[in-house]
Design a protein around this ligand. Structure first.
Ligand SMILES: Nc1nc2c(ncn2[C@@H]2O[C@H](COP(=O)(O)OP(=O)(O)OP(=O)(O)O)[C@@H](O)[C@H]2O)c(=O)[nH]1
Ligand SMILES: [Mg+2]
Length: 304
């Protein structure tokens, strides 16, 4: 059954010309090759799916090195105010809205909003969107879906009981993103030691808490893998609300897993090009900030 679904959606390169680039390494690409790939796809398009409070917006902000509220949201070509945190379920949000970040312009995101089990209309809207955007013009197509599954939720599998993953997503890979691992560790710690453990008990229980957290996630992952159309790959994220080396590394890992899951060589190249441009931009911004800081220290900021 699964094999036939996959076969039916056998991914194809958009054109013979792009297909010819597919086998190349990044280092082999000429600037004309890069222009050709970006000319067809424009931007890398991701749908972020998941229940309310799963950490979807936080993930996009971390990935884009952006503070809260920095997103540009566009509806029918016009900029609209970003939906404030916690309001995504109140009709202010549409899955077709395009979310971009000035610091990360090669990506465009769509947010499912926080739908819940039994919210059939919302789930239908998500499916309509996936169906429409899994084919058609390459620049409008979805390239990947990140399904955020909050590990600090006692029943994070719940919102999928509606049969959400009984349908294939065409050639768009779904990455299962377990979020808030740190929250699950806190829950496991309390389960193990009660609400008010001493610091030494916490220290001694560290590896047991981690083991219980791993067991919880692995059990969940097994449930997802039993779905008719399971996610292609999984990743575990924690402390993404903090801007740290770990959370930055986790974003890099998510992008690598996504690259591996993409169905065609040119889409893999598109994502690699997009990430490389983002890293160059971050480097330039960091350098600029350092220069400005030094200028400020020396009282030269006017001149700069
Ligand atoms: N402890 C912890 N908190 C997190 C993490 N990621 C996000 N949060 C927090 O969880 C809350 C919800 O995060 P959001 O990113 O707004 O969640 P969302 O999925 O976009 O929620 P909706 O927009 O309502 O659908 C915020 O207070 C975040 O700071 C994490 O990895 N660990
Ligand atoms: Mg949100």
């Amino acid at each position: 059954m699964l094999r036939s679904i996959r076969h039916r959606f056998k991914p194809q390169e958009v054109s013979r010309e792009l297909g010819a680039l597919a086998g190349k390494d990044m280092e082999e690409l000429t600037s004309d090759d890069i222009l050709a790939i970006r000319g067809v796809y424009k931007r890398f398009r991701v749908l972020v799916l998941g229940p309310a409070n799963a950490g979807k917006t936080t993930l996009l902000e971390r990935l884009s090195d952006s503070p809260a509220g920095a997103a540009t949201v566009t509806r029918d070509g016009r900029r609209i105010p970003e939906v404030p945190r916690g309001y995504s379920q109140r009709g202010a949000h549409r899955i077709t809205d395009e979310i971009t970040y000035a610091s990360n312009p090669g990506f465009v995101f769509h947010d499912s909003g926080g739908f819940e089990a039994g919210a059939d209309d919302e789930i239908k809207a998500v499916w309509n969107f996936i169906r429409k955007r899994s084919s058609g013009s390459p620049s409008e197509q979805l390239h990947a879906i990140w399904l955020c599954i909050p590990a600090d939720n006692s029943r994070p599998f719940g919102f999928l009981h509606s049969g959400f993953f009984s349908k294939p997503t065409g050639s768009v890979p779904v990455i299962g993103v377990f979020t808030k691992l740190d929250g699950r560790e806190t829950i496991e710690l309390v389960n193990l030691l009660g609400a008010d453990p001493s610091p030494s008990d916490i220290f001694q229980s560290h590896s047991r808490v981690q083991q219980r957290t791993t067991n919880f996630i692995e059990e969940l992952q097994t449930q997802f893998q039993r779905l008719p159309v399971p996610p292609t790959a999984f990743i575990r994220l924690g402390n993404m609300h903090k801007n740290t080396e770990e959370s930055t590394a986790a974003c890099t890992q998510l992008l690598q897993i996504t690259t591996d899951a993409l169905p065609t060589g040119t889409l893999k190249l598109l994502l690699r090009i997009t990430v490389r441009n983002k890293l160059r931009r971050v480097k330039t911004t960091t350098m600029l900030q350092r220069v400005l800081k030094e200028a400020e220290v020396q009282g030269l900021s006017q001149a700069v």
